[in-house]
Design a protein around this ligand. Structure first.
Ligand SMILES: Nc1ncnc2c1ncn2[C@@H]1O[C@H](COP(=O)(O)OP(=O)(O)OP(=O)(O)O)[C@@H](O)[C@H]1O
Ligand SMILES: [Mg+2]
Length: 393
């Protein structure tokens, strides 16, 4: 049977989605579900900050997609709000350590958040310069600080535990009160921490367990209400997705992606309902999703280059700046960048693979002014690509 043709108009007219972005929002409009126990524990641990007292490192563990980043993001907002109400001085900094894998780039990232008015060089600081500047800033601002180091296992594997050791002792030597929250999805994170650091760390650990199928059902149902039009997604579809993902590791992110994939197939079939029979098909589709399979085959430096490109939120990149963006990503990942010549060759490869859209003739020298490289990736795919690439470097 010949396939039915879809057009942009038919896709846009399709009454399936109400607001697709809701599926990928870190904090859904109706709040997070089923994490009261973890939230309670964290609130008990962090409350002393509101009494102007520093909290030693608190560890948060859990498998991917179990809501660590989401819960902590929500909690940081609540903490800041409460501090404001009580006139407690508080600054917060959040660093993703799969993006920033060295002590230097982590500290520079924190500094730029503590001091938004000041511009810090994105490249080229030595570790001692960053450490000295960090101490100086903490002494100048004299305030309570909460630092979240998310996906900290990447930094530990890449550059050792010096950063944690320093932070665990920082309150002995500066006039600000620094509290640290460490998030890891590798439960063996302790293996990367030397005994001298372990003994200075707090002993508090908050565990995020995988979601059960009942919990995933609730999480999905809640998003369905805001992301899809009424009666588009049946209860059985939600339950089946929840069961599949609960059996695989209880990852809420994957469950939401599978739901989105079901919707995509329904639209391509020009139907206005997401039916039960689509779930298995959608599951297979995700497995062979071309852009992710393609990206997985790239070499390390090609991945770093592509990561630099998808990290910018624009679909049009200034060709002349791509090399600089790539070098910045390398510095953050603790990798020596390749020459501009290799990067041009990679761009030509990307164009041939369809990862970017630009004329090959021009990519060969990147010199002509005002030429842009086109990407054309939607926000949700971009977000997933960043994660997939960072996890695979
Ligand atoms: N309890 C929840 N209620 C609603 N949505 C949730 C919940 N937990 C996770 N999600 C959603 O699932 C996705 C993944 O969550 P999150 O990014 O917090 O996971 P994570 O534990 O930080 O994963 P990773 O270890 O991969 O960083 C997010 O889109 C988030 O909004
Ligand atoms: Mg996370």
């Amino acid at each position: 049977m010949e396939k039915k043709a879809v057009t942009f108009a038919s896709v846009l007219q399709n009454p399936i989605y109400k607001n697709r972005d809701v599926l990928y929002a870190l904090l859904p409009p109706t709040g997070l579900l089923h994490r009261t126990e973890q939230k309670n524990e964290l609130i008990m641990e962090l409350a002393p900050i509101l009494m102007n007292s520093a909290v030693s490192c608190v560890f948060v563990y859990g498998n991917p997609g179990t809501g660590k980043t989401a819960v902590i993001t929500e909690l940081m907002e609540e903490l800041a709000e409460e501090a404001k109400k009580r006139n407690v001085k508080l600054l917060k900094a959040y660093v993703n350590c799969s993006e920033n894998r060295t002590e230097t780039t982590i500290l520079v990232d924190v500094l730029s958040q503590l001091n938004p008015g000041k511009t810090y060089p994105r490249i080229g600081w030595t570790r001692s310069k960053a450490v000295a500047e960090f101490a100086k800033t903490l002494n100048d601002i004299k305030t309570n600080i909460i630092m979240v180091l998310d996906e900290v296992d990447y930094a530990l594997k890449e550059s050792g535990d010096d950063i944690i050791y320093r932070l665990s002792r920082i309150n002995d030597s500066v006039q600000s009160k620094v509290s640290t929250l460490l998030i890891s999805n590798d439960v063996r994170v302790a293996d990367y921490i030397k005994p001298r650091t372990q003994s200075t760390l707090g002993r508090v650990k908050v565990i995020f367990s995988p979601y059960t199928s009942e919990e995933l059902t609730d999480i999905l149902k809640d998003r369905v209400k805001n992301a899809f039009n009424k009666d588009v997604v049946s209860e059985q579809v939600v339950q089946k997705i929840a069961e599949i993902e609960a059996s695989r590791g209880g990852d809420a992110r994957k469950a939401l992606e599978l739901l989105d994939s079901c919707a995509k197939i329904s639209i391509s079939k020009n139907t206005n309902k997401v039916t039960l029979d689509l779930v298995d098909e959608a599951d297979k589709l995700l497995e062979k999703d071309t852009i992710f399979t393609l990206v997985a085959t790239l070499t390390k430096h090609q991945k770093l280059l592509y990561l630099a490109m998808v990290q910018s939120n624009s679909n049009e990149l200034d060709g002349g700046k791509v090399y600089k963006m790539y070098s910045e990503v390398c510095e953050k990942q603790n990798v020596q960048p390749l020459s501009i010549r290799s990067i041009r060759t990679f761009l030509v490869n990307f164009s041939e693979l369809g990862l970017i859209k630009s004329e090959v003739t021009w990519l060969r020298n990147l010199r002509k002014k005002s030429r842009t490289i086109e990407l054309n990736i939607d926000a949700a795919t971009r977000k997933k690509l960043r994660k997939v690439i960072r996890d695979s470097i």
